[in-house]
Design a protein around this ligand. Structure first.
Ligand code: NIG
Ligand code: FE
Length: 403
């Protein structure tokens, strides 16, 4: 790129470094793909500005946001189920009568790669325009080898065509497809023996996920999927303890899962297993809000055990049709009493850790220059107000992509 040695300078800026807000106003310089200077303003010498492009003063700088759990690639829409739920049907009831995830599976199987790409692009743009520089995209609406790989290819292509880092996750064990009705072990055989090997052979998956729940797969079945994933060198994660407490999180942690996600029903045994394994707790307030859940994830227990907490959109057509990361910061605070700092760490440093990118999603000298500058005065404002349009500048791998 022509600009890869360009230097950008911000003066007098409040910096949230991915884990905490720095105590003093800072001067920050990036050069090419890296942050090369991050120094308190009162120690900044004007000679350091030589050769720098002046990016302005004031505002708040954060790492680029990391949305570590999304289902952005899908066909169709499910507003009809939204209406049914408002009339009293539960997410589980809808799933049991063949709607829910399966209704998106039918629409996704029908759709070509190009159609899925075209549909996902504006969803991804919505995230990017809100400051996301790294996003995870799951499959899970194909539920056969060809359609799961199709979804992963679309996710990879999104990352090639947009200025955002896309990590892909194979979620073959998301729901039981109709062809395997009454043979869920047979479907898990397919996931383990064909889907995972095929995705690994084509380099299409960066991780493998499961949905461990009564309406999806048992702890034993998810464990089989994890063993197959690890035999192919792929890291693992789980949708677990979302609607009931099956112990899927503890099992996932025992296998060294990067993260356990949702976890509203997580108990102390699960928390201890996560702490032991160093797994990240991914908090998904969008699904809690949309499904009007009442069981809160055990934030205080996770905090006390020092289990890192991430926050993500879970953007998907059913349980969280919300494509607005900063709203998730707000909901994590208002619904779950996370602090704004915890929520922000959840969408930066801890979001990165949930993707196996430990040490990323942070700002320090030497860090990759993925960052956002916001038109606000304190980092907490990002969680406090639900207000699009505050992103002043977005830098992705050292390149200005917004502002
Ligand atoms: O993360 N919990 C399971 N999977 C998704 C929902 C998918 C859907 O409803 O389409 C989730 O909430
Ligand atoms: Fe999900």
């Amino acid at each position: 790129m022509a600009n890869n040695k360009r230097r950008y300078l911000w003066r007098d800026i409040s910096v949230f470094d991915g884990l905490k807000t720095l105590p003093e106003p800072m001067a920050v310089i990036t050069q090419g793909e890296r942050v090369i200077t991050m120094t308190p303003m009162n120690g900044f010498e004007e000679s350091q500005a030589d050769g720098c492009h002046d990016m302005g003063r004031g505002g708040v700088m954060t790492p680029g946001l990391v949305d570590c759990h999304t289902h952005l690639v899908f066909g169709g829409a499910r507003a009809d189920e939204f209406e049914a739920r408002l009339e009293g049907a539960s997410y589980e009831e809808i799933a049991r009568r063949g709607g829910g995830i399966l209704s998106t599976v039918y629409a996704t199987r029908e759709a070509s790669e190009q159609t899925l790409f075209n549909a996902a692009l504006p969803r991804l743009k919505a995230l990017v325009e809100e400051g996301v520089t790294t996003v995870e995209i799951k499959s899970g609406y194909g539920l056969d080898v060809a359609n799961e790989l199709k979804m992963l290819r679309v996710a990879r292509r999104l990352g090639e065509e947009m200025p955002v880092r896309v990590l892909t996750t194979l979620l073959g064990a998301h729901a039981l497809p109709p062809e395997y009705e009454n043979d869920s072990d047979g479907y898990i055989d397919l996931v383990c023996n064909e889907m995972i090997p095929a995705a690994a052979a084509e380099g299409l998956a960066d991780a493998v996920d499961v949905f461990c729940e009564k309406i999806a797969f048992s702890v034993a079945q998810c464990e089989r999927v994890f063993k197959a994933a690890q035999a192919h060198g792929l890291p693992i994660k789980a949708h677990a303890e979302q609607l009931s407490n099956l112990g899927g999180t503890a099992m996932a942690a025992r296998h060294g899962a990067l993260s356990a996600d949702h976890i509203e029903y997580l108990d102390d045994v699960g928390i201890a297993a996560m702490r032991e394994a160093g797994s990240v707790a991914v908090i998904l307030p969008g699904a809690f809000h949309t499904l009007r859940e009442t069981q809160q994830p055990p934030i205080a227990g996770l905090r006390e055990a020092a289990v890192p907490m991430a926050v993500a959109t879970d953007a998907n057509p059913g349980s969280s049709p919300i494509f607005m990361p900063t709203l998730m910061l707000n909901l994590a605070c208002t619904l779950f009493r996370m602090t704004p700092q915890e929520a922000l760490a959840g969408m930066t440093a801890n979001g990165a850790a949930a993707l196996g990118l430990k040490g990323q999603g942070q700002l320090h000298e030497g860090a990759v220059a993925d960052l956002c500058v916001w038109d606000i005065e304190t980092p907490a404002e990002l969680a406090y107000a639900v207000q699009p349009g505050r992103l002043r500048q977005r830098i992705y791998q050292g390149e200005l992509t917004h502002g």
